[in-house]
Design a protein around this ligand. Structure first.
Ligand code: SF4
Length: 490
C-alpha cells in the first residue's frame, strides 16, 4: 500500500504514448520512483494531489477526478468491495486539514497527450516563465505566498482549453427551453417518470408506455444503458416520445462517452428536439453482464460533462474552443444521491454539479424522509437551494424480494420499518399493495417539502410503468394540464 494514499494497492502506471527526450525520461523515472511508493502514482501526467488532500484520486476504479460517484459508501467502493472509496478518504482528509473548499474546483478530464509522462517538467516550466527570483520572493512573503503558489500550479492543472473554477455560472438565457423548465420556473410541483428502454428494435411496449403515462407526468426519462447493460439508446427513445407528444429527459452516461462522442451526440439530440438532458457518471461495468469492458477509467465524469455542455450552450464553444454557429439548447440536469457517503460530503458534490451547470436534480431513491431532510439541510448550508430544482426519486416496491434487493443497490437506503412492513405484508400475501401504499405515503410526505427546496417527484417504476397513473392520481399530484382520457377521445 502506498504511504500517503490510503488505498488498497499500487496499481500499474499508465504507459506514455510517445517517446520523450532523455531529460524528461529521467524526470519520468524519478517521478515513478518517488511518487509511486508515496502516493501510488499511476503517472496520469495531470497531477491533482494538491486539490485532493495529497491522496491520489486515480486509485478510483472509475478514474473519477471530480469527487465520488453516487454509489460510494464510507465502508467500501462498490466496484471493488475490497478497497475503500478513495474519494471518501479524500473528503475525510480534506475536512480534517481544512482544505475542503479546494474540492470545489471543476477539474478537467485527462489530457491524454500527457498521460504516462511527468508533471514536474510542467511545474519547472511555469516557474521559469514567472521568473525563478520572483517565485522565490513570492513564496517567502506570507502576503504573496498563496498567489505565487497558484501562479505556478493553476496553469498546470487548468489548461487554456478548460479553465475550470469554483464559481456558480448562471445560465445565459432567460426563456425556458422545455416544458419541464417552464413548469418548474412557474412554481408547479412536477412529476417525471422513467421508462425503461426496449431490449430489442420492437418499440410497441415503449410507445404504449409513453401513451400510458404522458398525461400524468411532465417529462419522461429514458435511461442510458442502466447497470451498464445495453438497451435502445436514450436519444432514440426520446425521439419516439417527442413524436407522441410527450416531453423526454434524455439521460446520458459518461461511462459510455468519449469527449468527441458526447459533443456530437448532444448536437444531434438537440437538433432532434430533445430539450432536457440528464448527465450521469453511469453505473460501473462491474454490474454489467460478462464479458466486461474496461472498468478503470472513464474519459469524462458527470461534472465534466455538465461543464462541457453548459459551455456549448451558453458560450457556443466546443471543448477545443471552436465556435458553434448554432449552439444547442437544453435544460441541464444531474443525478443527486442523498444517501451516498456522508450528507456533508454529498452536498459538496451536488454543489460542484450546480456550479458546473446542473439546473435540476433527479435524486436516487428515497425511502427515508428524515435522512433526506439531513441532506437537504446540508444543501441549504451551501446556499444552493435557490439555484437548482430538485425532484426526489421514488420506486414502488413490488415485492419483499425487491425490497431486499434495494438494500444492496449502491446509494440506496431502505430503513428497517419499511422492510418490516414488506415482510409482514408478504406473509399476508399483500406485498405488492403494501409497496404501493409506501410509495403513496412517501409522495405525500415529499410534497410537504415544496417550500423547502423540493420541486417535484421522479418516479422510477423499474418496468412497472402501469403503476404510475395510480401513484400520481392517488397522491394528488396530477399536473394542471391533465385531461381525462374520456375528454381526449372526444
Ligand atoms: S494525480 Fe496523477 S500524477 Fe498525481 S499522483 Fe495521482 S496518478 Fe500520479
Amino acid at each position: 500500500m502506498p504511504i500517503f494514499t490510503p488505498g488498497r494497492r499500487w496499481q500499474p502506471p499508465f504507459m506514455p504514448f510517445k517517446r520523450e527526450p532523455p531529460t524528461r525520461r529521467l524526470l519520468v523515472s524519478a517521478e515513478i520512483i518517488i511518487k509511486g511508493p508515496l502516493w501510488g502514482c499511476r503517472m496520469c501526467g495531470n497531477c491533482l494531489l494538491q486539490e485532493t488532500a495529497f491522496i491520489c484520486p486515480m486509485e478510483c476504479p472509475k478514474g473519477l477526478r471530480n469527487g465520488p460517484c453516487g454509489g460510494s459508501t464510507p465502508e467500501s467502493c462498490y466496484v471493488d468491495k475490497t478497497r475503500p472509496c478513495i474519494w471518501y478518504k479524500v473528503y475525510e482528509r480534506s475536512f480534517n486539514m481544512g482544505r475542503q473548499e479546494k474540492l470545489m474546483e471543476v477539474l478537467p478530464p485527462l489530457d491524454w497527450e500527457k498521460v504516462g509522462s511527468e508533471t514536474w517538467g510542467d511545474v519547472a516550466g511555469q516557474v521559469k516563465k514567472m521568473g525563478t527570483g520572483n517565485v522565490v520572493k513570492g513564496l517567502v512573503s506570507p502576503k504573496k505566498r498563496y498567489q505565487t503558489w497558484e501562479g505556478i500550479f493553476r496553469p498546470v492543472r487548468q489548461p487554456d482549453w478548460w479553465q475550470g473554477d469554483s464559481e456558480y455560472h448562471e445560465p445565459k438565457y432567460k426563456e425556458p427551453v422545455s416544458e419541464l423548465e417552464r413548469r418548474l420556473k412557474a412554481g408547479e410541483f412536477v412529476v417525471a417518470c422513467e421508462i425503461t428502454p426496449p431490449l430489442s428494435v420492437s418499440t410497441n411496449k415503449l410507445t404504449s408506455n409513453i401513451d400510458l403515462v404522458k398525461q400524468y407526468v411532465t417529462a419522461i426519462n429514458f435511461t442510458d444503458n442502466a447497470s451498464a447493460t445495453p438497451r435502445m439508446t436514450s436519444w432514440a427513445c426520446s425521439k419516439f416520445a417527442i413524436e407522441r407528444g410527450a416531453e423526454p429527459v434524455m439521460q446520458i452516461a459518461a461511462r459510455d462517452r468519449t469527449r468527441a462522442g458526447l459533443q456530437g451526440e448532444i448536437l444531434g439530440a438537440s437538433a432532434l428536439g430533445v430539450r432536457n438532458v440528464l448527465c450521469v457518471t453511469g453505473d460501473s461495468a462491474v454490474l454489467a453482464p460478462q464479458p466486461r469492458g474496461r472498468m478503470d477509467i472513464n474519459d469524462l465524469d458527470a461534472v465534466q460533462m455538465l461543464w462541457i455542455l453548459r459551455r456549448m450552450r451558453d458560450d457556443g464553444r466546443y471543448l477545443d474552443g471552436r465556435e458553434i454557429k448554432f449552439p444547442p439548447r437544453y435544460f441541464l440536469g444531474a443525478a443527486a444521491s442523498p444517501f451516498a457517503s456522508d450528507p456533508k460530503f454529498q452536498a459538496m458534490r451536488e454543489h460542484k454539479k450546480v456550479n458546473a451547470g446542473a439546473q435540476f436534480f433527479q435524486t436516487n431513491l428515497v425511502y427515508d424522509i428524515e435522512r433526506m431532510e439531513i441532506w437537504l439541510n446540508e444543501l441549504a448550508k451551501r446556499n444552493i437551494l435557490g439555484k437548482v430544482y430538485i425532484m426526489i426519486g421514488i420506486t414502488p416496491l413490488k415485492s419483499l424480494k425487491m425490497a431486499r434487493y434495494m438494500t444492496e443497490v449502491p446509494g440506496v437506503w431502505v430503513p428497517e420499518p419499511i422492510l418490516k412492513r414488506m415482510e409482514d405484508a408478504d406473509g399476508a400475501g399483500n406485498a405488492q399493495e403494501e409497496g404501493v401504499q409506501i410509495a403513496l405515503e412517501l409522495a405525500r410526505k415529499i410534497k410537504k417539502y415544496e417550500k423547502q427546496g423540493i420541486h417535484g417527484l421522479h418516479i422510477m417504476p423499474v418496468g412497472w410503468e402501469d403503476i404510475v397513473p395510480r401513484i400520481v392520481t392517488e397522491s394528488g399530484l396530477l399536473p394542471e394540464s391533465f385531461v381525462p382520457s374520456q375528454q381526449l377521445k372526444k
